[in-house]
Design a binder for this molecule. Structure first.
Ligand SMILES: *Cc1c(COP(=O)(O)O)cnc(C)c1O
Length: 399
């Protein structure tokens, strides 16, 4: 049977304490116990339905986690204060001194900086590989490797990971396959394709209103219990827990995620096709010219499309900056990092979100200074937007 992530979210019915249509928000950091024995059992992790302290879990956080686990088809999930607050505990939980990670070289700048500069302080080393080359991935595995790390659609180059192929390699070598699915919620369901752990920055499409941060780790009950352990759980001890008020607001926004993703994808596809016809070279997984077009098509939950992210090369850093400033003045969108907002966002990753990556490595992976990353908004009249963008491009000589 086909996996239907939006149905799984819709079927979750949570009533508020007084019959409200939204679940009540747990506005407390600590919880009472009627008996001291139950408090002890809760500490030991043996008292179901009891809450201890909100860094560990809260009713609101569990509601949101359940919805995200339903969306990804995993046993359970743990929500966190930010996307990085989900990523770093997973790596620290799975790896100790002497261990090794095989990671895609095109990943979120913060994740790259963590693996490259921070994790080595704890003797955790990473080999960065071209994730689209499965032979290279397998060749990088050592006896100390614990996990393979990638993004289903990579930031910012929109490379697509062959999750089925990577999962076969991971299983063969007894590794965990960790996939950051931030760019393609609903479109791709990594756990259904063989990923062991699926991570999201909720800050982006899932929340969708650029008003809060959040993250999630979706995986097995065993993994999530270990992350939350009061004795040695990285999520519990590093402390990046989500606030209940924010968990409640993200859950409400998640109820419209399926509608938003379809519109983001529709608009991005429209612009990518038009700009390609105009002779520009947009990078978008929905275009037949994208090297991973057929792979994405094979993996996707069709109705949600190819996502809202696309890139265009303006030729140089100066042209890119000029174009972005003109587009912002023209109210096409905002010159801002992040993604998944109702309005189009654009930035030049070479000098912003991926500035952690050294120049020669940027060149090797095709991350040019003129590259503009777009998170296409929910515009109702995308033809009008296209015409406006075209005017901007003509005015600065990109078209
Ligand atoms: C933004 C982002 C992150 C980090 O999430 P934060 O919520 O900013 O901590 C991780 N991965 C990807 C792909 C992202 O876009």
């Amino acid at each position: 049977m086909k996996f239907k992530p939006a149905n799984n979210i819709q079927d979750l019915q949570y009533f508020g304490e007084f019959g409200g249509v939204n679940p009540s928000i747990s506005d407390s950091s600590t919880y009472t116990f009627l008996s001291a024995k139950t408090m002890f059992d809760t500490f030991e992790g043996n008292a179901d339905g009891c809450y201890l302290y909100s860094r560990h879990s809260s009713p609101s956080n569990l509601y949101l986690g359940k919805a995200l686990a339903a969306m990804e088809g995993t046993e359970t999930a743990n929500v966190t204060a930010t996307g990085m607050g989900a990523i770093t505990p997973v790596i620290m939980q799975l790896c100790g001194a002497g261990d090794h990670v095989v990671s895609s070289r095109t990943i979120y700048g913060g994740t790259y900086a963590f693996l490259k500069n921070f994790a080595p302080r704890f003797q955790v080393k990473t080999t960065f590989v071209n994730i689209t080359n499965l032979d290279k991935v397998e060749a990088a595995i050592t006896p100390n490797t614990k996990l393979i790390y990638c993004e289903s659609v990579s930031n910012p180059l929109l490379e697509v990971a062959d999750i089925v192929g990577l999962s076969k390699i991971a299983k063969k070598h007894h590794l965990q396959l960790v996939v950051d699915n931030t760019f393609s919620p609903l479109s791709v369901s990594p756990a259904k394709l063989g990923a062991d752990i699926v991570i999201h920055s909720l800050t982006k499409f899932i929340n969708g209103s650029s008003d809060t941060m959040g993250g999630v780790v979706c995986g097995s009950q065993e993994l999530i219990d270990s992350l939350r352990s009061v004795n040695d759980g990285a999520s519990m001890l590093l402390g990046a827990s989500l606030d209940s008020l924010r968990a409640a607001s993200i859950l409400k926004n998640m109820r419209t995620l399926h509608i938003r993703m379809k519109q983001h994808s529709h608009n991005a596809m429209y612009l990518a096709e038009r700009f390609e016809k105009d002779g520009l070279k947009p990078v978008y997984p929905g275009l037949a010219s994208h090297p991973s077009h057929s792979l994405f098509t094979k993996m996707m939950n069709e109705e949600y499309g190819y996502g809202g992210m696309l890139t265009l090369d303006a030729g140089s850093k100066e042209k890119a900056n000029e174009l972005m400033e003109v587009m912002q003045k023209g109210n096409i969108g905002y010159l801002a990092v992040s993604l998944g907002f109702y309005k189009t966002l654009f930035s030049a990753p070479g000098s912003s979100t991926s500035s952690e990556i050294p120049e020669e490595e940027k060149a090797a992976m095709g991350l040019t200074d003129g590259l503009i990353r777009f998170s296409i908004g929910l515009d109702n009249d995308i033809e009008r937007t296209y015409q406006e963008m075209k005017k901007c491009m003509k005015s600065v000589g990109v078209l």
